[in-house]
Design a protein around this ligand. Sequence first.
Ligand SMILES: Cc1ncc(COP(=O)(O)O)c(C=O)c1O
Length: 398
Amino acid sequence: MGLQDIAAAVGTPCYVYDADLIRGAYATLDEAFEGYPHAIHYALKANSALAVVRLLHALGAHADANSLGEVDVATRCGFRPDQIIFTGVGKSAAEIDRAVSLGLLAINVESPGELDRIDQRAVAQGTVARVALRVNPDIDARSHPHISTGLKSNKFGVPIDEAPALFREMARRKGLRPVGAHVHIGSQITTLDPLTRAAEAVVALAHALRAEGIALQHLDMGGGLGISYDGGPVVNPADYVRALVTATRASGLQIAIEPGRVLVGPAGVLLTTVVDVKQFPGAKRFVVVDAGMTELMRPALYNAFHRIEPVVPRAGEPGPVDVVGPICESTDAYARDRLLAPVEVGDLLAVRDVGAYGAGMAHTYLRRPLSPEVMVERGEWRVIRRRQTLDELLSLEE
Ligand SMILES: Cc1ncc(COP(=O)(O)O)c(C=O)c1O
């Protein structure tokens, strides 16, 4: 069983996930806590394929949802409401209503106005909603600007200086019970220092609140741990967990983390077929493949790097090429001036590390149906989502 067989059976483009890599990544994080009270809330936004979410559930993860759809996916995959954290910078009235009625572990509050709306809905429902406050510590995650979230200039959370007053307000409200503080400063973070400083900031906040009689239960340190897309240095996940535990231990509070990418990113490859190769005198060599920004947005969105390799290498020296998709947008390129071994039309390429923010961000621009997803487990593979048909894509329309 190899990638070639899978591509031959389901066609390309297709995503292939390795369940054992996900298991291994989960175990590395979990074991690094060495018994310190914690919960690993898998961030469904990274990849919410039902089979992936069920796998994380079976491993003992809890869930972090960023929309009502993700909350419902989590419950359908077996998570109890008290294992689900709901985060979102603009929760609609319907989302708040349902989140309150489910009795989630925590709704992460993003603003004074939202605090008010959650309280009103909880009172109307005759219940008390568990809430955490998302604080913005104004710490530079030193990641790509499009995936940094913990700076004053970002739309997320409330400035940490405002947090004590808002916690007091939450404690006063009939419909709210403050249970945690939340911080998430960005994604694809590759140095430990900003993550440690963010953790220390929420621990200090929790200490100050306790002195006022507001006792939290958990500190939600968010997600954001980066992976090595290009072989460059990243934070060792066990070192990351140890740094969080060191920062938190004296408080005795439970640690929640919301990792996405580090759990599933390296477990996925995107298989794509070369559909054209062209080069004119004095110009670049273009390798055109059948996958594009519709299947993997990251290069077009943030110039992200993904390794690209022929599945069956041909003899010959690598040469510089642009690997581009078939979409009529100039940003639809997976790699520019990349050294690639010789390829011909019909060759299969593997785009690496697409398990996070790959299929989850896919879309159907140009009426391109969604591509299938395959899970490899114990030497066997199975389709966990088949290819969408054009009829299915059009079925909502008049
Ligand atoms: C609130 C929140 N939690 C968790 C995550 C997961 O981040 P990552 O996949 O980088 O671990 C994100 C993603 O940006 C997020 O916005």
